[in-house]
Design a protein around this ligand. Structure first.
Ligand SMILES: N[C@@H](CCC(=O)N[C@@H](CS)C(=O)NCC(=O)O)C(=O)O
Length: 256
């Protein structure tokens, strides 16, 4: 069932395809990507934002091929191989890139340890509250439960919005907090078109922040053509996605 989950487009298109074409040569860092994946886009935004040299490799994680399971036993994208050693989990990869490439500016975490920890509190909030609420809203079918899910999602965003220092979450500097949420801001049109979400419902601060994030070059550069995502989101909207994420959210389990 999972095979073919990807639909008809095996490769990046649009802006993301142009980026892929610049990253074909072998490098110390191999980036195992799925063009469609918001978690991949977190690591990809960091790579582009900081100009880190990497070799792009597209993989269909739904096929669970042995060569990829040897890199990530969970069989999920993103994964990276750094000088032959493998790592996975998008937020872990983002932090790894921060530490392994300190000479590549800008750094996306504050240098002060307290501010760094503060950034991680909000990254954790995005992972544990914002994204699960987004998934629930997309996958819920009954209209009254959709209203409830919409309320929960707007509330989670409002909690985040309250702390935005502007123009970015931590102020002047684009950071890993922005990276952690950016791919879902780029996908909020799915719930706007299908579940009645409006950025305005969160408040003007959120709307302005979302517009700032979606205008960021690194964020735009990892997006494929919008219509190419339609098949994938149609399955989530009908609650028919059999991805690891789809199954976990349907069962009310946290995403591993
Ligand atoms: N917690 C993981 C989630 C990654 C994830 O769910 N990736 C999806 C694609 S967006 C995947 O590889 N799915 C394969 C599957 O569901 O079998 C991370 O942050 O990297």
């Amino acid at each position: 069932m999972a095979i073919g989950e990807l639909g008809t487009y095996p490769h990046a298109t649009g802006a993301a395809a142009a980026v892929v074409s610049k990253h074909e040569e072998a490098q110390d860092l191999v980036f195992w990507s799925g063009w469609f994946c918001p978690y991949v886009q977190r690591a990809w935004i960091v790579l582009e934002e900081r100009g880190i040299p990497y070799q792009y490799k597209e993989v269909n994680p739904y096929k669970k091929e042995q060569h990829f399971l040897d890199i990530n036993p969970k069989g999920l994208v993103p994964a990276v191989e750094y000088k032959g050693r493998a790592l996975y989990e998008s937020l872990v990869i983002c932090e790894f890139l921060e530490e392994a490439y300190p000479e590549h500016k800008p750094s996306l975490l504050p240098s002060d340890p307290v501010e760094r920890a503060y950034a991680r509190i909000w990254i954790d909030f995005i992972a544990k509250s914002v994204i699960p609420a987004f998934m629930r809203l997309m996958m819920t079918q009954e209209p009254d439960k959709q209203q409830e899910a919409l309320g929960e999602f707007v509330k989670a965003l409002a909690t985040l919005a309250e702390k935005i220092q502007g123009p970015f979450f931590l102020g002047e500097q684009f950071s890993l907090v922005d990276v952690a949420v950016a791919p879902w801001i780029m996908r909020d049109y799915v719930i706007a078109e299908n579940r009645g979400f409006h950025r305005e419902a969160v408040g003007p601060k959120w709307k302005q922040y979302a517009e700032t994030i979606e205008a960021r070059d690194s964020v735009k550069s990892v997006m494929s053509e919008r219509e190419k995502y339609a098949d994938i989101y149609a399955r989530y909207l009908k609650n028919e996605a059999n991805s690891v994420a789809g199954i976990a959210f349907r069962a009310g389990r946290p995403l591993q």
